[in-house]
Write a protein that binds this ligand. Structure first.
Ligand SMILES: [Zn+2]
Length: 433
């Protein structure tokens, strides 16, 4: 017999309920609906107005007293191979290219055992905060990457049924044009949910590199997830060139672009025309607000003193959302040279994204960006929303409104339907051994 229980008076953001994408703005506090949920065998089996679902004999009932309920979070862009390396590779200037350099040196410590240990710690953090699926990029190159895939395969097995993992190969996309590139791409095929990734850079060969890369992805039947325009240079327009390549080739597999920071400092009409191309090409965008604000606009004053940043580093989330582009916000790096802090906590990502990008004007859209948005981007059915037939792992907060939710980010949260080990966030002490 499946275990069945009823949750009464769950406060659910309207955008996460089926067929109820609501208007944003003025009435945002009213954009939460109170519903009762019936849960059976780890799935939501019924959703109704309060009091409508009858509790038959022996069925447990829990009253959530109008507390906010979100589905298990989906973290669509992380770097498990780099996480928790801060102590041995700290980024004292906080610069992007320093981070690349520091981690390319730390890579010599990346044994399969080291990767597994840090990755497992990361997944335990994530699950304890309510995450159910994750897409991780993995650095790969001429003579490395095998250890990372091996560690991820072991983690994927250990975490089966708890956190669903996807992997993305990450290197300069010009590398795919070399003989080793085919090997790198094929290596990723050994992971069941793999995508082809990389970091395109502006330059005279970009179009040729993108042509080759998208042909290779099509040939191997792999979706694509790229690190794009992660800088404050208005002339960085890789996302525009990617959209044009997709349209030219009629590339039909899913394409995600992460970061896209430079779009935010471009001329308005140019940015708008790029957004039109992004929409037309079906490109999905993942913003990494915490990491982007941390790394972008690091300024030097006279004599190498540091100066105050002048822009926030995030892409045009409002404009992309208005255009109907599929969107997500995600963790990106955690306690490594790219981002000193973080804990794979998607509630922190939600709160910080709302504050950094003024998404308080679009609270329901913001909530979608850490739940149903990334679920769609990752092709996860029955996750990231509160619908009949969807995953019944839920995160319950001690708040009855978005205002209460955002005002007290350190509040208690209760996980429902998660593994019993999810109750504890692991102790940092473990990383010392
Ligand atoms: Zn990244």
């Amino acid at each position: 017999m499946p275990e069945t229980f009823i949750l009464r008076n769950a406060a659910i953001p309207k955008s996460l309920l089926a067929n109820s994408i609501g208007s944003e703005g003025a009435a945002r506090e009213a954009e939460i609906l109170i519903r009762d949920l019936e849960i059976s065998d780890k799935l939501i089996t019924a959703i109704a107005a309060p009091g409508v679902i009858n509790a038959t004999d022996g069925v447990k009932v829990k009253d959530l007293s109008n507390r906010i309920v979100l589905p298990g979070f989906i973290d669509s862009h992380v770097h498990l191979d780099k996480a928790f390396t801060w102590d041995r590779a700290p980024n004292v200037r906080g610069e992007f290219w320093d981070a690349i350099d520091l981690l390319s040196k730390d890579r010599f410590n990346w044994t399969t055992e080291d990767l597994y240990r840090r990755g497992d710690f990361a997944l335990r953090c994530a699950e304890s905060h309510g995450t159910v699926a994750m897409r991780t990029h993995l650095d790969v190159g001429r003579d490395f990457g095998e250890n990372s895939y091996e560690a991820m395969r072991a983690l994927s097995e250990r975490w089966s049924g708890r956190i669903q993992l996807q992997t993305v190969s990450l290197c300069g996309i010009e590398l795919y044009m070399e003989p080793i590139g085919q090997e790198i791409a094929e290596k990723s095929l050994n992971f069941p949910k793999a995508l082809l990734g990389g970091m395109p850079q502006m330059g005279p060969n970009l179009d040729a590199e993108l042509d080759y890369f998208f042909d290779l992805a099509a040939e191997l039947g792999l979706g694509v997830d790229l690190h794009v325009d992660e800088n404050g240079l208005a002339e960085a327009e890789c996302v525009r060139r990617i959209a044009k390549t997709i349209l030219k080739k009629d590339f039909s597999l899913p394409v995600t672009c992460g970061h896209v920071c430079s779009l935010a400092i471009q001329d308005e009409s140019r940015a708008n025309s790029t957004i039109d191309l992004i929409k037309e090409a079906g490109v999905q965008i993942v913003s990494l607000p915490m990491c982007n604000m941390y790394l972008q606009d690091r300024r030097e004053a006279k004599d190498s003193a540091r100066a105050t940043p002048r822009w926030r580093g995030v892409t045009l989330l409002h404009e992309l959302e208005t255009a109907g582009v599929p969107l997500a916000c995600a963790s990106d790096n955690v306690r490594d040279a790219f981002y000193a802090w973080g804990d794979f906590d998607m509630f922190e990502v939600l709160v910080q994204s709302i504050r950094i990008a003024h998404l308080d004007m679009k609270l329901n859209a913001a909530t979608r960006m850490v739940t149903s948005g990334p679920a769609d981007i990752m092709g996860l059915e029955g996750m990231g929303r509160v619908e009949e037939g969807s995953d019944a792992r839920l995160v319950v907060f001690d708040s009855r409104s978005f205002n209460e939710l955002l005002a007290r980010p350190a509040q208690k949260r209760e996980l429902i339907g998660f593994h019993s080990e999810a109750k504890e966030t692991p102790d940092y002490e473990e990383l010392q051994h």
